[in-house]
Design a protein around this ligand. Structure first.
Ligand SMILES: NC(=O)c1ccc[n+]([C@@H]2O[C@H](COP(=O)([O-])OP(=O)(O)OC[C@H]3O[C@@H](n4cnc5c(N)ncnc54)[C@H](OP(=O)(O)O)[C@@H]3O)[C@@H](O)[C@H]2O)c1
Length: 322
């Protein structure tokens, strides 16, 4: 037996209940991990509310770090006692113990602390995907980043600056401005400022790329911020799902591109996962990104953590401690 957060019905944060659950022994290709730190992601909110459908009841959570406690048959490369972390394409990380497919695990180097790993693996791999794969940001590019003080957003700002981009950042309110300036953003605006005008100022008539994780509230204005042939990267729905868009809307604004990437499609193959993880750990070691754990909560207090995330009170990453 172990404790986990269980969701029996979709709804507000108080549907997150701390309960005893049975833990199976790891099967072939699986490993039992004792979690030491669990990453909180906005994805967990979408599943809790039912925006993303998970079959009830379920344990939320897509990422954690911990120690291997038992190893199933046909597992190569992992032994009891190894420090590991994972991003999973199924939920279940809000738990003291979890059986995980070994091909999703990464071994943690000595210089990556468990809490840092839980803070950064999913969010940092997402930043790597967005800046290095969905679009390869280069020196001279101008980019617009929404929710720039958040988990993914703060990593995007510092990494894009290292790549030589000019970064226009948008945050929810004035208290987050100083933090995003410290990360190196060239301009920091609040959501109520005219960030479209800021994006359109300067050469080219708009930014090369918009990284939009806010969705409903920002989608059309994000499209309006692009230069002709610019790329709209819609990768989240913090304010609600982005609207349906007719191809003509892209044409009208200058032959724009639109993509809606998901990390799991960029890390399906283990080789892709390991390559992106290496890139991420190198970025941490090289000081390209400095993951910030803005707040921690006891895992059993996950509801409180969800309230803080949804009410836009968090900065950087949030880690839940079992
Ligand atoms: N596609 C993928 O594979 C992928 C992977 C990871 C994450 N994501 C997305 O990336 C985004 C960031 O994830 P995260 O876990 O790092 O979260 P986060 O950015 O730390 O938190 C979400 C932020 O969104 C902003 N926001 C704007 N409107 C909001 C609203 N109506 N309600 C709540 N928040 C609002 C808030 O920042 P301000 O107050 O500063 O506006 C808030 O801090 C999420 O949308 C997530 O779904 C996508």
């Amino acid at each position: 037996m172990a404790y986990a957060i269980r969701v029996h019905r979709h709804g507000a944060p108080d549907v997150l209940e701390w309960q005893a659950v049975e833990v199976a022994a790891p099967g072939p290709g699986e490993v039992l991990v004792r979690h030491t730190a669990v990453g909180l992601n906005f994805f967990d909110v979408y599943e809790r509310t039912g925006l993303y459908q998970a079959a009830l009841p379920f344990t939320p959570g897509r990422e954690a770090a911990g120690v291997v406690e038992a190893v199933g048959s046909r597992v190569r490369g992992f032994s009891v006692g190894d420090r590991v972390a994972y991003v999973s394409n199924t939920s279940g990380a809000y738990a003291e113990l979890r059986v995980v497919a070994a091909d999703r695990l990464v071994r943690l180097p000595d210089d990556i602390d468990d809490r840092v790993a839980a803070a950064v693996l999913l969010k940092g791999l997402t930043a790597q995907m967005l800046l290095r794969q969905v679009y390869r940001v280069r020196g001279g590019d101008r980019i617009l980043v929404h929710a720039a003080a958040g988990g993914v957003g703060s990593l995007l700002v510092s990494w894009a600056k290292h790549l030589g981009a000019t970064v226009i950042a948008v945050v929810g309110d004035a208290v987050k401005v100083a933090y995003v300036r410290e990360l190196g953003a060239d301009e920091v605006l609040t959501a109520s400022d005219d960030w479209v005008a800021a994006a359109k100022a300067g050469d080219g008539g708009g930014v090369h790329v918009v990284y939009d994780s806010v969705g409903k509230d920002t989608f059309w204005r994000s499209l309006d911020s692009l230069r002709p042939r610019g790329l709209m990267v819609s990768f989240g729905n913090a304010s609600g799902p982005a609207p349906a868009v007719a191809p003509l809307e892209l044409s009208k604004r200058g032959s724009l591109y639109l993509t809606r990437p998901t990390l799991f499609d960029y890390t399906r193959a283990r080789t892709e996962l390991l390559k992106a993880t290496q890139d991420l750990f190198a970025a941490i070691r090289g000081g390209v990104i400095r993951p910030r754990i803005g707040q921690t909560f006891a895992l059993r207090e996950a509801a409180e953590a969800h309230r803080a995330l949804e009410s836009r009170r968090t900065t950087g990453s949030t880690v839940l401690i079992p």
